[in-house]
Design a protein around this ligand. Structure first.
Ligand code: SF4
Length: 297
């Protein structure tokens, strides 16, 4: 079971990196389309320039068991984000941009170090604004012997065009699907078209990698793994998300329905977000997966 990027020619990978880099000149790496020249130091909404910014990297045991196995998921947390969720559970990293600018060689070395530690995969957390930089570092890491599956752990607000350039590079797509109601996405994450773009991206991701596939030890090596964080007062609009996945993606989609929401960052400014979810709310969302014949992870 070779990773997909090892099957791509060096030349092809290099072409993809160039195409991604060209996008930084008038940045449209994500649907925000800020059109700033990040190669000349200009910064857009995500405030990330031309070098990668990493908050931390380590073997992580808090992810899904299919990623963690016995030796952990080799997680790299990238700083900054292209969304501004008022309740962000990771706001120090995403909004306050806690992290350090690193060279491509340093980022490649982090990947190699995680492989050395025995991790089952390289798990890129919030990769969206830094895709060109990540792929450039990946090229170096491949030269140094990287062979672990690449996990693209995203908020789903990606450019579909960029995802197409990642075909044959990413092994596991792990989109977090946040809302089905565009008005609520605008209110809480400041984007007007979240679900429309997410639906398109889920189709592209599934087209590329299919349903999640695991080896004989139960460790995922390719496919789609969808996450969904249940919000209080049904603000995530879970039913419409499940209906879409069941009807237009696959009933065999690996779905992780998360119950750990807690009010963080600016959530206390929004009374409807200012509490944890109840057990009843969580059970109700779980029962919806049965209604649509979906497999829970
Ligand atoms: S990646 Fe950053 S600068 Fe580029 S379009 Fe998105 S938010 Fe704007």
């Amino acid at each position: 079971m070779s990773t997909r990027y090892l099957k791509l020619s060096k030349n092809e990978l290099n072409k993809r990196t160039d195409k991604l880099y060209q996008k930084l000149e008038k940045c449209d790496i994500c649907p925000k389309k800020c059109r700033v020249n990040r190669l000349k130091g200009e910064k857009g909404y995500c405030r990330i320039g031309s070098l990668p910014i990493v908050s931390s990297f380590h073997s992580h045991f808090g992810e899904e068991s299919v990623l963690v196995g016995k030796r952990g998921s080799g997680t790299i947390f990238f700083a900054g984000c292209n969304l501004s969720c008022v309740y962000c559970q990771n706001y120090e990293i995403s909004q306050l941009k806690a992290g350090q600018e690193v060279s491509f060689e340093d980022l490649a070395e982090m990947m190699i170090e995680l492989q050395r530690q025995g991790c089952h995969n390289i798990n890129l957390v919030t990769p969206t604004p830094q895709v060109p930089q990540i792929i450039k570092a990946l090229e170096i890491a491949i030269e140094r012997g990287l062979r672990l599956p690449l996990v693209y752990n995203t908020n789903s607000y990606d450019s579909t065009e960029v995802l197409k350039l990642l075909d044959g590079i990413v092994d596991i797509y792990m989109p977090d699907v946040k809302y089905s109601d565009e008005k609520l996405a605008l209110k809480y994450s400041l984007v007007p078209d979240y679900f429309e773009i997410t639906k398109r991206n889920l189709k592209e991701m599934h087209f590329q990698v299919g349903d999640l596939k695991c080896d004989k030890n139960g460790i995922a090596f390719a496919g789609l793994l969808v996450r969904h964080l249940v919000l209080p007062n049904n603000l995530a609009g879970s039913e419409k998300i499940f209906e879409f996945i069941a009807k237009e993606i696959s009933k065999n989609t690996f779905l992780n329905i998360m119950d750990q929401y807690y009010p963080a960052y600016q959530a206390f400014d929004f009374p409807e977000l200012a509490r944890k979810i109840t057990d009843e709310e969580y059970q109700k969302v779980l029962s919806l997966t049965e209604k649509y014949g979906l497999n829970k992870g």
